[in-house]
Design a protein around this ligand. Structure first.
Ligand code: MTE
Ligand code: MO
Length: 333
């Protein structure tokens, strides 16, 4: 069966997604059910999409499991084919472990993820230090299937486990003066060989405007593929901001700080004319050295594989477009 998802204009041939229905309905019943047209209606329904999404997430069985319920947040589950776990864990950007895509998978085993604390501080009523165990308990864990689009022109589809960052923000009660959130990630030479090089001004810092941080799609991620995060993907805790270029999704967080000033971010400091604060995925605003109009989906990279069209806000425009109403996105790149 061919399912046309008109949202992004791509056809996805996904016979495997029919299997769960077939399993619980039985074959004859299934055929009758499909003939009535109910199948089509059900396919479009949210519940059905959820069931299919769940069925397609493989559990790699490599790390500790992290149970999660399907997310009910609008836009939090894309139906696109998942990136293979192997690709998602062997083709990474994590400059603390080196600048080659293979480096994080090769070197990140030296990262000690336990014990781990995240300090939440700055312009808040209730600053707090939280262990990873605290963070896992802070809110119910959800599975979110997000596209992640790197500024370099490739993308993946990853089933993350976590909850909206807003849950943590609400807990610390930001003051009215708090306008931005700054994320600081671990920079330890002993555990992270890449930190000895000067490619970036360590620690790796990222930031969001308060309304971006509070948007339900902004995820505090503790796992992926139903398990705790692999080190190379930012263990034990990271953010994932699906409508922004991948570098906004800071890995291995140690501090979350509320401030009244726009934080200086690692990539903006490294090349201000190439990487702005907002960094929203935008096919209409080219990077100074290359186009952002298309992308290569990891796993589709055969000789004849077509590049995909990059979508405004990475396909999350319906959910986040309002945040930027009236802003010149060419200036605020
Ligand atoms: N601390 C830290 N976080 C980081 C990076 C990094 O180098 N250091 N790279 C970013 C970039 S450029 C991308 S594309 C994503 C990649 O996430 P993934 O390896 O889980 O796909 O992580 C982001 N977070
Ligand atoms: Mo990236």
């Amino acid at each position: 069966m061919l399912i046309k998802t008109d949202r992004d204009g791509f056809d996805h041939s996904v016979p495997s997604e029919i299997t769960p229905q077939a399993v619980y309905r039985g074959r004859r019943d299934m055929l009758r059910w499909m003939a009535t047209g109910a199948a089509g209606a059900a396919l479009a329904s949210w519940a059905q999409r959820e069931a299919f999404a769940q069925a397609q997430v493989p559990r790699p069985g490599k790390l500790a499991p992290l149970a999660a319920a399907k997310s009910a947040v609008a836009g939090a589950v894309t139906m696109e084919k998942l990136t293979d776990y192997k690709d998602a864990t062997s083709y990474n950007n994590f400059y603390e472990f080196g600048t080659d895509k293979e480096d994080p998978a090769e070197h990140a085993h030296t990262l000690r993820t336990s014990p781990w604390t995240v300090e939440v501080s700055g312009l808040v009523k209730k600053p707090v230090k939280l262990s990873i165990e605290d963070l896992r308990r802070l809110a119910p864990l959800e599975e979110r299937i997000y596209r992640l689009r790197c500024v370099e022109g490739w993308s993946m589809v990853i089933p993350w486990v976590g909850y909206s960052l807003s849950k943590l923000v609400e807990r610390v009660e930001p003051l009215g003066a708090a306008k931005f959130v700054e994320f600081t990630t671990l920079a330890d030479r002993d555990q992270m060989p890449g930190v000895r090089s000067r490619v970036l001004d360590w620690p790796y810092v990222e930031g969001l405007r308060m309304d971006e941080a509070m948007h339900p799609l902004t995820l505090l991620a503790l796992g992926m593929y139903g398990e705790v995060l692999p080190n190379q993907n930012g263990a034990p805790v990271r953010v994932v901001v699906p409508w922004k270029y991948g570098f906004k999704s800071a890995k291995s967080l140690v501090q979350i700080r509320f401030t009244d000033r726009m934080p200086g971010t690692a990539w903006n400091k490294a090349a201000a004319n190439e990487y702005g604060f907002y960094s929203n995925v935008n096919p209409n605003v080219d990077h100074p050295r290359w186009s952002q109009a298309t992308e290569r989906r990891i796993g589709e990279d055969g000789l004849f594989a077509k590049r995909r069209k990059t979508l405004m806000f990475n396909g999350y425009e319906a959910q986040v477009g309002q945040l930027y109403a009236g802003m010149d996105l060419k200036k605020n790149y």
